[in-house]
Design a protein around this ligand. Structure first.
Ligand code: PMT
Length: 219
């Protein structure tokens, strides 16, 4: 049985990868499965929250009357969808793996195999989480950091630069952590606190994240 600790709160969660079109058949993407974000959505709903889940392409499914799913493909679409709702939410959690760059233009037709090398010009995508940080009013803002080196330093820098209240660090150097696995190993950082957690199922990790968040909000 769950205590409805998030009753009356609206939580926006981004999840999954984004796909950036190269041409009608190809894209730039990443290995995110959406599992972490969907686990967070399920747990927030169990705690009584209304959840707005904005997800890139994923095979994850969830049926829950407290969770509204909004499907998007590219980072730009995710950006637009997030800012339809952001102003009104109490909590935002960015677990999506958003592509930092997209092809300058998607080719209208399938690119033919002709030359030995092919150059695709990439342009920076908008940073959704950073923009949430800039537009932060009442929202409690939770970011993720996926790192492969200098983990703590990089996560701390994202916490500050994106104006977050807390950041969840996962490292691809940890076995069983990050993309696709059913498990994750995280560290949570705030301005003046660090907490490290052992490897757990993503459902359990979602509980740890929301417990920590609640302890910060009610502080
Ligand atoms: O989906 P799974 O397979 O379960 O995997 C889970 C996960 C590894 C994707 C997840 O735990 C995770 O780490 N998500 C963040 C991945 C990421 O892109 O991290 P980053 O360090 O590159 O980005 C930092 C933060 O900024 C993230 O909260 C990201 O959502 C956000 N961001 C980044 C770029 C951008 N253009 N817009 C953003 O909002």
């Amino acid at each position: 049985k769950h205590r409805k600790t998030l009753e009356g709160k609206t939580v926006l969660i981004t999840a999954g990868p984004t796909y950036e079109a190269i041409d009608p058949v190809r894209f730039i993407g990443n290995h995110s499965s959406g599992k972490m974000g969907f686990a967070l959505a399920a747990e927030a709903s169990k705690r009584g929250a209304k959840v707005i889940l904005i997800s890139g392409p994923t095979s994850q499914k969830i049926e829950d009357s407290n969770i509204e799913i909004h499907k998007v493909t590219s980072a730009k679409e995710m950006f637009d969808e997030v800012f339809k709702y952001y102003e009104k939410v109490d909590i935002a959690i960015a677990s999506a793996a958003v592509a930092d760059y997209a092809p300058k233009e998607a080719a209208k037709e399938k690119i033919k195999k002709v030359e030995n090398s092919l150059t695709i010009e990439l342009i920076k995508n908008p940073d959704i989480l950073k923009t949430m940080g800039e537009r932060k009013a009442k929202q409690f803002l939770v970011g993720f950091a996926l790192e492969t080196e200098n983990e703590d330093e990089n996560a701390k820098s994202k916490l500050v630069k994106k104006n977050l209240d807390m950041i969840v660090l996962n490292s691809l150097r940890d076995e069983g952590a990050g993309f696709r696995n059913d498990t994750n190993k995280i560290k949570i950082l705030t301005k003046n606190k660090n907490s490290e957690f052992p490897l757990k199922s993503k459902n359990e990790v979602a509980k740890d994240i929301l417990n920590f968040m609640e302890s910060q909000i009610l502080k």
